[in-house]
Design a protein around this ligand. Structure first.
Ligand code: DCP
Ligand code: MG
Ligand code: MN
Length: 363
């Protein structure tokens, strides 16, 4: 906060301003830009007043003060306190935890460790914490990576990747799974499933993907790699090395059809938002199981796996297996025999579940 000038302490609203400033600081801390701005504007308005604002209607009549904020101003004047601020001060660590958990690659234990080390803001982390490369990307592009992607943009990003992929190997097929395949209006990321006819292991697709990534990096489409493909020796039967995670942006030439700021009349070239993109390599033999897994949602997947396990089978992202031997606590003893992997609909049939379109798989 800024040190108050002498005129501020004589401002008839100085107590109100002080408490609104604390709310503003709180919203800054939890990265709530919208409320931070609202409070900042309200404070600016109050600082210009020469009389004390004491009630809601009086406050609401001023510029840049909405109904909710006007109510808070009245509450401060009447009670010399602000309940919302007290709640906020009671749970500051919950909010910090929530904030830190939104960073890519950060789980509860990492976030709690940072809190115990005294870090409270993204700036604290940026300046003083020991960060992995991925965490640094996650913090530096925090707002971008926490902004959902409109469906039309997922489509455009998808078309861009498919076009480049076709130039490398026209026989490779790419499908966007995840929430996009379920028909969602917006997605948290783009989930690509990459396959090719007559493949039996994901390793066969590794050279293709390496080339694709190289091209997309060169074109400026890929902006960061978060989880790289492992070397081909490791892309064995366990499927390790079959996925790639990173960030991308729509190159400006292809975004012309959807620039929402074009109408503003300014010539300001708005910077493209970084988007999360996942690529999963899947051999044709596992395509159906991978489709189920990567389409989700996660709760639907859990219920399908539970059902399989109740029928003595096991479903994972590679296939449906039978004769799985289980010991105490249903712990798997043997892998069992593959029943079906390539056909999504067959897996439903064998499990005795009525087919559900991706748009009906919200849980
Ligand atoms: N998945 C799962 N269990 C997890 C994570 C993922 O079963 N713990 C599966 C189901 C998801 C799919 O992988 O639908 C893709 O994962 P995402 O995290 O990308 O989730 P969605 O695409 O469903 O949603 P979002 O729009 O947030 O990306
Ligand atoms: Mg997704
Ligand atoms: Mn994903």
């Amino acid at each position: 906060g800024t040190k108050s000038k002498s005129q501020d302490s004589t401002n008839p609203n100085s107590r109100t301003i002080e408490m609104l400033q604390q709310m503003c600081d709180y919203y800054t801390r939890i990265n709530d830009h919208w409320r931070t701005t609202a409070y900042r504007k309200a404070i600016t308005t109050l600082k210009k007043q020469t009389t004390k604002i004491t009630c809601e209607s009086q406050a609401y009549a001023l510029p840049n003060i909405g109904r909710r904020l006007a109510q808070k101003i009245e509450e401060i004047v009447n009670t010399d306190r602000l309940k919302r601020l007290e709640y906020a001060n009671d749970e500051p660590l919950d909010n910090v935890l929530e904030l830190f958990l939104k960073i890519y690659d950060v789980g509860t234990s990492r976030a709690n460790k940072w809190i115990s080390q005294g870090f409270r803001t993204l700036d604290d982390l940026k300046e003083r914490a020991a960060l992995t490369t991925n965490q640094r990307v996650g913090i530096e592009h925090f707002d971008d990576l926490n902004t959902r992607i409109p469906r039309e943009e997922v489509t455009l990003l998808g078309e861009y990747v498919k076009k480049e992929a076709k130039l490398i190997d026209p026989a490779v097929e790419l499908l966007i799974g995840g929430s996009y395949r379920r028909g969602s209006d917006s997605s948290g990321d783009i989930d690509f499933i990459v396959t090719k006819k007559d493949t039996v292991s994901s390793g066969e697709l590794v050279p293709f993907l390496k080339e694709l990534i190289e091209v997309l990096e060169r074109k400026g489409f890929i902006t960061a790699t978060l989880a790289a493909l492992h070397s081909s020796e490791r892309s064995g039967k366990d499927g390790a090395g079959s996925k790639w995670h990173g960030c991308c942006v729509l190159p400006s030439s292809s975004s012309s059809g959807m620039a929402p700021n074009a109408a503003e009349g300014k010539n300001s070239e708005k910077k493209a938002i970084w988007r999360r993109i996942d690529l999963l390599l899947v051999p044709e033999t596992e395509y159906g199981a991978a489709l189920i897994y990567f389409t989700g949602n996660d709760i639907f997947n859990r219920s399908m796996r539970l059902l399989a396990s109740k029928k003595g089978m096991r479903l994972n992202k590679r296939g449906l297996y039978r004769d799985v031997m289980r010991g105490k606590g249903r712990v798997k003893v043997t892998e069992g025999e593959l029943v079906e992997g390539r056909d999504e609909k067959r897996i439903f049939e064998i499990l005795g579940v009525q087919w559900r379109e991706p748009s009906e798989r919200w849980c």
